[in-house]
Design a protein around this ligand. Structure first.
Ligand SMILES: [Zn+2]
Length: 318
């Protein structure tokens, strides 16, 4: 975006008070319209999620995608189109929380951000939001990082040479840490398959995945990395076989921002949640390019989605 555009957008968002984003009247209207099933699912989820109540969950606009977790919990998503006055196709943002079920705040903050999607800066983007990627881990008697199969979903993505690298990394580098088991095969789990299908369908220009508790930002992929969102500073923690950052950022060439909140159980202050959100939106406005990359998302006939050679058009992005 042109620098003047950035200033205008930043000024616009600064002019919108926090309270104005919630639109309580609209929220109240939606309560009665919430499908019974969403109310049932929310009842289960909110018990675990700090600072998310039933009303917020039922008003989140989430709906079932047809996919289910290993234990049958529906995998929920919300799709939000960009404001219609956009002249070019909007930048597509895939935002997800709770890929590790015991990082409770990573889902809660995504629910809170959902309430701010109507703001002037956020509405320039098209959003696909997956607040709870690993519901079985979240809802286990003691919430677990891994899914119901004991698989770390964030090591189960089909990075090249996964069959060699992921089991070896798990055995040698983690000493068979059960919290980091990559699974028997790439995309062996319904939850990681679902995320992969969401990527194939939505073709995001940028992916944001929220975790906890390391209190940093991590970044994989092209373009200039963000240096600071709220109090979180860039600290590139490394690339792992089968991780989403490695799969999306390194091999699919889509920028992947990993937000590590400072605590898995206790939420950042509302003001800090807002600062992270605004810094993220401003960074995306400046740095994320529209991708023309159908080639990079080809699904090969043997079922294994692999990275195709980057087409020439990729180097001619606006
Ligand atoms: Zn995590």
């Amino acid at each position: 975006m042109h620098p003047v555009g950035i200033l205008a957008v930043a000024a616009a968002i600064a002019a919108v008070p926090l309270a104005a984003q919630a639109e309580p009247a609209a929220a109240a209207r939606q309560v009665s319209a919430a499908p019974v099933s969403l109310a049932t699912w929310c009842k289960k989820l909110v018990v675990r999620l700090p600072e998310v109540n039933n009303t917020e969950c039922e008003n989140s606009g989430m709906s079932p995608t047809g996919a289910r977790s290993l234990q049958g919990f529906p995998l929920l998503a919300r799709h939000v189109a960009a404001s219609p006055d956009a002249k070019r196709r909007p930048v597509r943002v895939l935002l997800m929380g709770g890929i590790h079920g015991d990082e409770l705040t990573s889902s809660s903050i995504v629910f809170n951000w959902l309430q701010w999607l109507g703001g002037p800066l956020a509405s320039q983007f098209e959003w696909r939001v997956l607040p709870v990627v690993n519901p079985d881990g979240l809802l286990a008697r003691n919430a677990t990082r891994v899914n119901a199969n004991g698989v770390d979903l964030n090591r189960n993505f089909p990075t090249p040479d996964w069959e060699h690298d992921a089991p070896r990394y798990w055995q040698v580098r983690t000493h068979r840490d059960p919290r980091r088991f990559p699974g028997a095969a790439p995309l062996s789990e319904p939850e990681s398959r679902w995320v992969n299908e969401e990527m194939l369908r939505f073709r995001p220009d940028v992916i944001i995945s929220v975790h906890a508790p390391f209190g940093v930002l991590d970044f994989d992929g092209p373009s200039e990395p963000p240096h600071k969102f709220g109090r979180l500073l860039l600290d590139r923690v490394g690339v792992y076989p089968g991780s989403l950052g490695n799969y999306g950022g390194v091999h699919k060439n889509v920028p992947v921002i990993t937000i590590e909140l400072p605590n898995a159980l206790r939420m950042p202050t509302r003001a800090e949640q807002w600062r992270i959100w605004v810094d993220m939106l401003v960074w995306m406005s400046r740095n994320v390019e529209r991708r023309n990359d159908q080639m990079a998302y080809v699904v090969f006939p043997h079922g294994q989605d692999v990275v195709a050679p980057a087409p020439a058009v990729l180097s001619e992005q606006p």
